[in-house]
Write a protein of this length. Structure first.
Length: 312
């Protein structure tokens, strides 16, 4: 298995044949791989560069400053450094927190709290979030066509989306604790993830053959995958693929710090997730309907409870 790079420029134009070819390509990729990379996405370089720089400066601050806005069971955003991603589905084999720290933001949440340092951090992440929302909407136009729906099918299901922007830092390490890794294997929760990563490497995707595939991306590309909710929405036709971030090879005088920014695009909290007609088997689905917001919060609460039980 390889992770394809897909040129999404047709979705910004009016050539219907090229748009249909793009939708068919994405449909096939989501059935077979569950991950792809995109180029010609029209995301503004200055928005990315500024957020990238300030994010690095944010994580260079002391723990006390970063933890002024902590993630809690009631507030699924803010700062955390003890997450164990694989607890969402495998609680028995995990002994250490992932080797990373994160800050999560939801601009559309009425309780959203933004970091106040470094200067311009709040405005930078807000601009990134809004720009990323626009890109996600274009990707969902492709998804709608791939699923045999009208191009704007998702529009009234995402106009009050509660998506999360997650800033991630994997600190430089000189040696590893046995059994501890940068991000334990997991699948994402929502409908769509857009990831920007540096060139340090470590992201791996689990293939159908149960082999780990490296997923390094060119500088001008974003990595795209779907989460469990979209998998459910498509009646398992599309894959919410398991992935992880492994430890790099340690080399003398080589800094192995890793940085990435993930945008987890979610539906409106009150959206009813009901199987697409094109994905039903003989008119039936293996899943009952769920409400998007309740489903995602249940996932978060389960992971937080498992983490507290593990650490206590």
């Amino acid at each position: 298995m390889s992770i394809p790079i897909i040129d999404i420029s047709p979705i910004f134009g009016n050539d219907q044949n090229k748009i249909n070819e793009l939708a068919n390509h994405v449909d096939k990729t989501m059935q077979e791989v569950g991950f792809f990379m995109i180029k010609n996405h029209q995301f503004k370089t200055n928005v990315l560069d500024k957020t990238w720089k300030l994010t690095r400066e944010y994580f260079d601050q002391s723990f006390e400053i970063k933890n002024k806005i902590p993630m809690t069971p009631d507030y699924p955003y803010g700062y955390e450094s003890k997450e164990i991603l694989s607890l969402s589905f495998n609680q028995d084999k995990v002994t250490h927190p992932d080797m990373k720290e994160t800050f999560q933001i939801c601009i559309n949440s009425k309780n959203n709290k933004l970091p106040q340092t470094p200067n311009q951090m709040a405005s930078a992440v807000t601009n990134y979030y809004l720009s990323m929302s626009q890109l996600a909407e274009k990707l969902l136009e492709i998804f709608a066509l791939a699923l045999k729906e009208p191009r704007n099918w998702f529009k009234n299901k995402i106009d009050n989306h509660q998506s999360a922007l997650r800033l991630l830092n994997y600190p430089h390490v000189e040696n590893y604790i046995p059994g501890r890794t940068r991000a334990t294997q997991h699948s994402d929760y929502g409908i769509l993830t857009i990831l920007k990563q540096d060139n340090v490497g470590g992201l791996q995707v689990l293939s159908k053959e149960e082999k780990w595939i490296d997923a390094k991306s060119p500088d001008d590309c974003f990595v795209i995958n779907i989460g469990d909710l979209m998998k459910r929405w498509t009646n398992d036709k599309w894959k919410s693929t398991i992935h992880r971030v492994v430890n790099p090879k340690i080399q003398k005088r080589v800094n192995n710090r890793r940085q990435s920014i993930a945008f987890f695009f979610n539906a409106n909290p009150n959206t009813i997730i009901q199987t697409f007609e094109s994905c039903k088997n003989n008119g039936t689905s293996k899943y009952n309907n769920v409400i998007a917001g309740e489903y995602l919060m249940a996932k978060h609460n389960k992971a937080m409870k498992a983490l507290n039980d593990k650490l206590n």
